[in-house]
Design a binder for this molecule. Sequence first.
Ligand code: GDP
Ligand code: IMO
Ligand code: MG
Length: 430
Amino acid sequence: MSTLVVVGTQWGDEGKGKIIDVLTEKADYVVRFQGGNNAGHTIVINNKKYIFHLIPSGIFWPQTICVIGNGVVVDPEVLIQEIERLKKEGLKVDSKKLLISEKAHVIMPYHKALDLAREKKAKKDKIGTTCRGIGPCYEDKVARKGFRLIDLTYPELFKEKLKAILEEKNFILKYFNAETIKFEDIYEKYVKYGEYLKPYLTDVSLVLWKAKREDKKILFEGAQGTFLDIDHGTYPYVTSSNTLAGNACCGSGLGPLEIDMVLGVVKAYTTRVGEGPFPTELKNELGDRLRTGGFEFGSTTGRPRRCGWLDLVLVKTAIRLNSIKALALTKLDVLSGFENLKICIAYEYEGKIIDYLPSSLNEMAKLKPIYKDLPGWKRDIKNVKRFEDLPDETKTYIKTIEEYLEVPFYLISFGPERESCFILKNPFEN
Ligand code: GDP
Ligand code: IMO
Ligand code: MG
């Protein structure tokens, strides 16, 4: 068993970064396969907080090689900043430690400008994107108008194509009354980014293929969450890539039969950033309490996250969509002190009980969650040393979820730090 994919089962920010960091101790490679710097993955080591947007969350483990796959959209400026910041921390981030697919697409300045301009114009219909240019970059990839990182290393070819593309992009930017982009302002800059990143560029598919043959342990790090998936999420309030485990293959160049295991990360309650349906949202003091207790503010944009009870209909759907065979539960400590807890086990839709998420926004808007009530626990669980020492009510909460989902928890996280995590079973040893 050597290839493990880790994905979020909700709307992102489930604590994937922390779980990846914990699991990387057992991994040789950590691979990002989709998304871009819309992701914000937090890890806390020795009381110091690090937020990664592009670099895989396993970077601090000395034995591990970090990989950015072809499915990721890369803002070179952000990536270079992340590399330089890590170097300042004393980490050696050379071309042996970090590998980047030459096929990964580049987020260009006009992608960011367009993302921002659209969100501004949309007003009440806005998606609430991170305005990092993610959607427009993926659009260009699919339209076959994009630049791949390798293209930045051929300055003359890049020059010609950029001139042509800017004509079209500036036409659209004018439509939005947004500032247009001058060739002279960006060309040299992006050629320099290409020069900086060139040593890191490689054929990731080939590297992973060889690693797999040598039985190396490969960990895939999902970004966003299942319900932000472009096909299976709450469309159009989604991101612009497939966030599901299946995309680990397309986004890295490793074939589907090479994947051995999929682990889903479940936050003990639900959050979402940006607009879109959220059946169990708590627009009251309980929601505020979750936000304050869980420090639920976007790791990328700082926006307050919307908070609500755990929605197991969603998580069960995520299990189906991703082939999840093991789970990690996070942020359990945030529920300490709540008198009563609720978990959503079905929805009422026009008088009928359903246990799936409908596809249309109209239908989603009419869903009424059906809750199971559970007792809360008073005691703070942050300093608990053994799983057995958790309060009985906490164990009941865990057991109830596990029974409903019919998938076991392999990890239980009860604080942001590396150490605040019980590994009940190592998913690499399945
Ligand atoms: P990701 O995008 O899924 O990696 O999650 P984020 O890093 O955006 O958000 C998760 C937040 O919760 C971060 O601030 C983490 O440091 C924090 N966190 C992760 N696990 C736990 C946990 O078990 N308890 C608490 N209290 N915080 C956690
Ligand atoms: P991680 O990996 C939470 C949300 C945005 C917006 C929608 C589309 O940290 O879990 P985009 O900029 O992708 O076009 O925005 O998706 N979104 C996230 N929400 N966590 C994330 O990543 C997200 N990445 C994008 O808030 O609603
Ligand atoms: Mg996040």
